[in-house]
Design a protein around this ligand. Sequence first.
Ligand code: DP6
Length: 365
Amino acid sequence: MNFKLKIKEEKNSFEKENKVVWQSPSNIALIKYWGKKEKQIPQNASVSFTLSESYTETEIVYSKKESNNKIEIKFLFEEKDNELFEKKIVKFLNYVLKYFPFLTKLNLTIKSKNSFPHSAGIASSASSMSALALCLCSIEKKHYDSLKTNDTFYRKASFIARLGSGSAARSVFPFAASWGKHADLYNSSNKFASILPFNLHENFKSYNDAILIISKKEKQVSSTAGHNLMKNHPFAKQRYKLANKKLQILLNALQNGDLDGFIEVVEDEALTLHSLMMSSNPGFILIEPNTLAVIEKIRNYRKINNSKLCFTLDAGPNIHLLYPDNEEDSVFEFIKNDLQNYCENRFWISDKIGKGPFEINKQNA
Ligand code: DP6
C-alpha cells in the first residue's frame, strides 16, 4: 500500500478557514515493542489494549496561504505556547510532507491537550502522535478524493502515527490492536497496526487498567534511546523470537478468555522488558523500590483472594494494574487501603479498555 497522496485536484478548496479535531487514546502494550530498525520498523510484533480515559485532544485550524514550500505552524499545548513541542511538530510535519503535500499551502494552528497531567509520568507520545496523524488524514479526506473507506483512512493514520512514535500506530484502533508482521496475524504489517482479527473474549471486553503513578519523574532514558540499546544487546535475537512466541500465547488467551494464561504471559513480558533494560550496555534501571513492593503485593493479593488481578509496566516505574470488571470494587479497596500509599502524592488513574479515537467536531470553524 502506498500512502502518498497522488491526487492533485482538490475536491474542496482550501479557501475558507476550516477545522479538524480528534480525541485519541493512549494504549498499554501487553507484548512490548522494544527494539526497532529505521523509521520505527519493529523488531517483533506487539499487542496492546487501547485505553479510554488517558487521551490527547488535538485540533488543527487551517487556512490557505501563499505556498512558500515551508511548513509554518502555531502550536499551543494546554493553551500555552510551547516552543520545544512546536519544533518537534514542525520536524515531524516536514518528515511526513511527502504523504500530505498540501501542508505547505496552509497556515496551521495546532492546539493539543491531554486528559492526564503532563508531568504524571505517563508517556503521551502514543495519544498525541495518533491524534495528530488522525487530524492530518481528516484534512486529506476533506479536500481530496482519497481515504474514502475506513480501512484506508485508519491504515494511513496508523502508518503516519508510527512515523511519529512506534507505539502510536496501535492507538488508532478500538479495544486491542497488534502491530508488526506475525505469522498468526493475517495481513499484519510492520508499517501500520490493525485491530485484532477476532472478537475479544467476553472476559476481556471491558478489562480495567488502574495506572499507579509510582513516580512522576522524567525518565532518565528515553524510549528511543532504549530501543537503540537493543541493537547490540546480547539477548536481542532470542528476545525477538520469544516475543513472537509469547504473542501467539497471548492471542489464544484473548480469544478463549483464558485469564490465567493472560496473567502469566503479561507479567512475564513486563519483567522481560525491564530485564532487557538492565542487561543493555550501558544498562539502566527504571523501576523503583516501590514498583517492586507493589508487584509483591499484587502477587500476594492474587493468591489470597483468588483474584485475576495482574500487572504490566511500560518503560518507567509506574504500574498498570489489569483486572476484570467483576473485581472492580475489591480492587478499588485494595488500591485505596494499600497500594495508593506507594504512589507519588497517592496519585493513580482509573482507566479501562476503550473504543478508540473519535472525531469531535465535524463542523467548519
Ligand atoms: C515500552 O513508541 O515510545 O512502551 O518509537 O522511539 O517513539 P519510539 O518509542 P515508543 O516505545 C514504546 C515502548 C514501550 C512498549 C510498547 O508500547 O510497545
